[in-house]
Design a protein around this ligand. Structure first.
Ligand SMILES: Cc1cc2nc3c(=O)[nH]c(=O)nc-3n(C[C@H](O)[C@H](O)[C@H](O)COP(=O)(O)O)c2cc1C
Length: 183
């Protein structure tokens, strides 16, 4: 099937063995057939500074904004850092939001998160909602995908074993597709 819907995938963790990055890869496998995931990296994006946010911004920022301008929606898979969104991720989104035609504006978004702890990123997900609101981004409200105790949910071969969560992810991504098609 032709993949005519493109979504940008952000992982909030830069860690090589990040569980969230593994969940993002899994989301890529669970996407509806007509959707394509393009992973966005932001590890070379500098700290936001309005002095360098000029007509020729840093190369990594220009690439980030260009990549976001070309997609129909956004998927964020992120850990919770001290009950909120990781700073690096917020920094990249702040840069994106100041692009000439804010490439986040109005784009449907889905947010998934995994933690080692019991709360499965509930507080991080809640802390994101005001940002999405300000960006006028419709967010997939249900089903919520909060993956707690994530280190217990992979087998020795690195396969994610929680079938209930996989089902929720599939449904969540289908709902992202619906939000995109409704635009
Ligand atoms: C700076 C920092 C803050 C953290 N804060 C929380 C937290 O508020 N809640 C939580 O459940 N886990 C917290 N953790 C633990 C993360 O759930 C754990 O490190 C997780 O594996 C990070 O995701 P990753 O595997 O994708 O890197 C924190 C970890 C770091 C490094």
């Amino acid at each position: 099937m032709k993949k005519n819907i493109k979504i940008a995938g952000f992982c909030g963790s830069l860690r090589k063995e990040s569980f969230n990055n593994k969940i993002l890869a899994l989301a890529g496998e669970l996407l509806p057939d007509n959707m394509e995931l393009i992973q966005i990296t932001f590890d070379t994006v500098p700290l936001y500074n309005e002095d360098i946010d000029t007509a020729t911004p840093p190369v990594a920022v220009a690439a980030l904004r260009e990549a976001l301008a070309s997609v129909d929606g956004i998927l964020i898979v992120s850990p919770e850092y001290n009950h909120a969104m990781p700073g690096g991720l917020k920094n990249a989104l702040d840069w994106a939001s100041r692009g000439a035609n804010n490439p986040l504006a109005g784009k449907p978004v889905s947010l998934i998160g995994a933690t080692l702890g019991m709360w499965g990123t509930a507080r991080m997900q809640a802390s994101f909602l005001t940002f999405f609101h300000l960006m006028n981004m419709p967010v997939v409200a249900r089903p919520e995908v909060l993956i707690n105790l994530v280190s217990t949910k992979f087998d020795e071969n690195g396969n994610f074993t929680d079938e209930t969560t996989k089902k929720l992810m599939r449904q969540n991504l289908e709902n992202l597709q619906s939000l995109i098609l409704a635009k």
